[in-house]
Design a protein around this ligand. Structure first.
Ligand SMILES: [Zn+2]
Length: 516
């Protein structure tokens, strides 16, 4: 008996190790374990949990009974929505994506459906709850135990109201912020408010807004300050931030020339979970894909063997990719930043994607290196992190701005770049997932021609900076390598590359949308 259980346990650990997070796990209901719960007031209780592989799983139904948390379960689709405060977390069985209000997060271990209830990995669950809600859960996996605690924050929430002469944004705080602790600046349609000494729950503060003036709010916590960005639908004539001691609020006022309409009571919809979920779903569906062939016109991109120019190769691959996507996803709109040999500044490429409500942005490039032996394909997602191995590619691709006018160049300088990268932080996780699945399907397609898989990389790439959608940059190979130049010149390899990217996109779309 012991032996059998051990073997089974080992088998699940092995399956888990091999296939996470992409393959479903079978619930192992035989073992009964208990998770200790300790509330902030010292009260205690136990929850029974499942042990799958090395992870404990709790039932969302059980968790909802611990406090005043709403739960809504769709048994047919094996989905549950847990409501903590005004944050809704939607989990789907066997799916790594979790929808949180109108954001999507990704977890490592997949939720499982078991005996009419959705079970979620305790560790990932606590992480999500801590990141996105006002609860703080300390998880001690060795006991196992969850301790409810309080969050150490002084900026609690944001509210927006429309007044006859402008917009009032109010932040509820637990401490005062004197005028010299409040900075504001308006950059590319974003109004940023920095609170020096501010501590907030950045993910809980970040959300899309139904408001005639503010489209979304994104908060980022730094060591010494909390930065809250408001994406505006219209640019104010002037704006000002002050602390109001009576209200214990930081007030950010925006004044416009003309009056804006009074706010409607749309927030009241919160109770009608189903209705909201439908709206969310249509907003997130991947119905428009933007393909961006790198370089063009006066910017040839990398130069390689056989007089190859990057701009020509990537245009051919991009057009082929569009063809495949149209065939495989006939209801999806496919747009190109360029279909001919023209020059387009980097910042205009993502602006085009944003304006057209692109849901995915895929930039296609070829690589080059002074060492001609260097070869292989790789997929990038944007991050401000410095991956030293990616340095050459980042420098090379960012060089495109040398062809741009000084006016265009301003888009990437100094603080603009940092802020724009931050504005993207909400997408980085699924850009990373998109990069992972694109790279994997490229590997499947390019193995036969002997091209090397250089893996998924990250870097501060200008072309992706302002995209407000999941986005990746594919380096399809090195035209400075004779073998790969020959391959990339051929129609058949171009088609293989296009097909690989296409299959990655389809996989991402399927996983992403089935979480909605
Ligand atoms: Zn390039």
């Amino acid at each position: 008996m012991f032996r059998r259980e051990f073997v089974k346990d080992f088998f699940y650990s092995l399956m888990f190790f091999l296939f996470r997070p992409f393959k479903a796990l079978k619930a192992q209901t035989k073992y009964s374990h208990f998770l200790k719960i300790e509330f902030a007031n010292g009260k205690r209780t136990d929850l029974s949990v499942l042990l799958i592989g090395r992870n404990y799983y709790l039932s969302l139904d059980d968790f909802s009974n611990l406090g005043d948390y709403g739960i809504f379960t769709n048994t047919a689709r094996q989905k549950s929505v847990l409501k903590i405060g005004n944050i809704k977390l939607k989990f789907t069985a066997d799916n790594p994506f979790v929808v949180i209000n109108d954001q999507i997060a990704q977890i490592l271990n997949l939720p499982v459906w078991n005996e009419g209830s959705l079970w979620v990995p305790v560790e990932d669950f606590c992480q999500l709850v801590n990141d996105f809600t006002s609860l703080h859960l300390e998880y001690l996996p060795n006991v196992p135990k969850i301790q409810f605690g309080a969050k150490n924050i002084n900026v609690l929430s944001v509210s927006i109201t429309q007044k006859a002469n402008g917009t009032l944004i109010a932040l509820n705080t637990t401490q005062s912020f004197s005028a010299n602790k409040l900075n504001t600046r308006l950059v590319n349609g974003w109004l940023y408010l920095e609170l020096i000494g501010g501590k907030g729950d950045a993910k809980a503060l970040t959300h899309k807004v139904k408001d005639p003036v503010v489209a979304e709010i994104r908060a980022v916590q730094f060591e010494k300050l909390l930065s809250i960005g408001f994406r505006l639908k219209k640019i104010p004539k002037d704006y000002q931030a002050i602390y109001d001691g009576d209200l214990s609020q930081v007030l950010l006022t925006l004044r416009f020339k003309e009056a804006v309409p009074e706010n409607t009571q749309e927030d009241q919809l919160a109770d009608n979970i189903n209705e909201e979920l439908k709206n969310q779903k249509s907003a997130w569906m991947i119905d428009t894909i933007v393909i961006d062939p790198g370089h063009g016109g006066k910017d040839p991109g990398a130069l390689g063997y056989y007089h190859l120019k990057e701009k020509d190769i990537v245009l051919k691959i991009a057009l082929k990719l569009g063809e495949y996507l149209k065939k495989r996803l006939p209801h999806v709109k496919i747009l190109y930043t360029r279909k001919t040999d023209v020059f387009i500044p980097l910042w205009q490429r993502t602006q085009f994607a944003n304006k057209n409500n692109g849901k995915l942005f895929v930039s296609i490039h070829c690589n080059s290196n002074y060492r001609h032996s260097v070869n292989g394909f790789e997929t990038y997602f944007l991050s401000s992190e410095k991956d030293t191995k990616a340095r050459n590619t980042v420098l090379l691709e960012n060089k495109s701005i040398e062809f741009e006018t000084s006016e265009d160049k301003k888009q990437y300088q100094g603080i603009n770049f940092v802020l724009a990268t931050l504005a993207q932080s909400a997408f980085i996780k699924y850009s990373q997932y998109l990069a992972t699945v694109v790279q994997r399907s490229l590997r499947n397609r390019l193995r036969s021609v002997g091209m090397t898989d250089r893996g998924v990389k990250q870097g501060p790439l200008y072309v992706m900076v302002n995209a407000t959608m999941p986005n990746v940059l594919v380096e399809t190979g090195f035209i400075s390598n004779k073998h790969e130049a020959r391959l990339l010149r051929s129609k058949s390899t171009q088609a293989k590359v296009a097909l690989g990217i296409c299959e990655g996109i389809i996989k991402f779309k399927k996983d992403f949308e089935s979480a909605l």
